[in-house]
Design a protein around this ligand. Structure first.
Ligand code: KIV
Ligand code: ZN
Length: 390
């Protein structure tokens, strides 16, 4: 594995409890939020965005409690560009050993229209609010919402104002999942080149998945110099979701040969937290979801099963144990071959000669044509029909 230096360290900022919870129907209870925050803390997430304290008393209480209990992670709360929001946010995160205020405003023409602010008025507001946040807290993140659709000159100007006012992290959100990897990378490069003071702060990337490119866009931003990825467990989030934590973390681990960036996530905790987030949010993980889907480490076809039984690297680019799974699964179905059936029979305690296996295989294929998946009980029933005992 390539060795990595600190300048290649990528911070993981998890926003499952804020942007993730903004998915319609994903509301979590107070205790569920505390549990997820403690799992995130244990797995090595650098920054937990615990909620939006001004949004409701419930959000405020959850952020405060998470802040009190956090052991290692920075605890961050979200605030709009208003003193009231920022004060409320600080009230909630102040209990953390390492608090962060994250304040934002929509900078694109569409958002400037909605707020009815001119470019200059918005620039003043950014200066005032970031300065106010920085007077309350040493760790301030600023986001130009809809950065990707903001004019480049204005984006550079606002980022410069925020840095001068004391922001320590500048997050570049692709709020509507509109960008592509080349553009995601070009924008970070441009900011690093054009904005005075850009070398002294951390750039973050925050991608939504409307075009299915959130992971690719986040990685492209990292390659251009971003050192914080904002993401959620299972990619939970508004509309098509946010960048999935498990995807970016495993991509950086598996392709460390060509992306030599490291995180401090304990990847063996991924499956457990993925299941818990799915349970508490009520959002079922699709079977073919990368890394955490039920089929992510399952192989049904004969050729694949045969390969897997001989050498797992034939069809798996990471080990199930790396994400906290006990092993690969070789479900039996109509595409399965003799090697997998033999392996299953042996697992169930049946030792068959070649001729016997040939007969059972014919009957197994007849059954598999009628059933989507042939379960262990089906195999036992098949063997009982042939008069065999394990
Ligand atoms: O997507 C977005 O722009 C956000 C901001 C609040 C950072 O979630
Ligand atoms: Zn977002």
């Amino acid at each position: 594995m390539t060795s990595v230096s600190d300048k290649n360290r990528v911070l993981i900022f998890d926003t499952t409890l804020r942007d993730g919870e903004q998915s319609p129907g994903a509301t979590m209870s107070h205790n569920e939020k505390l549990e997820i925050a403690s799992l995130l803390d244990e797995m090595g997430v650098d920054i937990i965005e615990a909620g939006f304290p001004i949004a409701s008393q419930g959000d405020f209480d959850a952020v405060s409690e998470i802040a009190k209990n956090s052991k290692n992670s920075v605890i961050c709360g979200l605030a709009r560009a208003s003193f009231g929001d920022i004060d409320r946010c600080m009230e909630a995160v102040k209990h953390a050993a390492q608090p962060r205020i994250h304040t934002f405003i929509g900078t694109s023409p569409l958002h400037r229209d909605i707020t009815a602010l001119t470019m200059d008025e918005m620039a003043d507001k950014i200066h005032e609010t970031v300065t106010h946040a920085r007077n309350l807290c040493d760790n301030v993140q600023w986001s130009p919402m809809d950065a990707i659709r903001t004019e480049h000159d204005y984006l550079c100007r606002t980022v410069e104002i925020a840095i001068k006012a004391g922001a320590t992290t500048i997050n570049i959100p692709d709020t509507v999942g509109y960008t592509i990897p080349r553009e995601s990378s070009d924008i970070i490069k441009m900011l690093l080149e054009r904005v005075p003071g850009a070398d002294d702060i951390i750039f973050a990337t925050h991608c939504h998945n409307d075009l299915g490119m959130a992971t690719a866009n986040s990685l492209a931003a990292v390659e251009a110099g971003a050192r914080q990825i904002e993401c959620t467990i299972n990619g939970l989030g508004e509309r098509a979701g946010n960048t999935a934590l498990e995807e970016v973390v495993m991509a950086l681990k598996v392709r460390n040969d060509i992306m030599p960036y490291n995180t401090k996530i304990d990847t063996t905790k991924i499956m457990n937290i993925s299941r818990r987030v799915s349970q508490v949010s009520g959002f079922v993980v699709q079977p073919n979801k990368a890394i955490v889907g039920k089929n992510a480490f399952a192989h049904e076809s004969g050729i694949h099963q045969d390969g897997m039984l001989k050498n797992a690297e034939t069809f798996e680019i990471m080990r199930p144990a790396d994400v906290g799974l006990s092993g690969t699964s070789l479900p039996l179905g109509k595409h399965s071959g003799r090697a997998a059936l033999r392996a299953k029979l042996e697992e169930l305690g049946y030792e068959l000669g070649d001729n016997q296996l040939k007969d059972v295989f014919v009957r197994f294929k007849e059954l598999a044509d009628r059933k989507k998946e042939v379960l262990d009980d089906d195999v036992v029933a098949l063997m009982q029909d042939t008069g065999s005992e394990s």
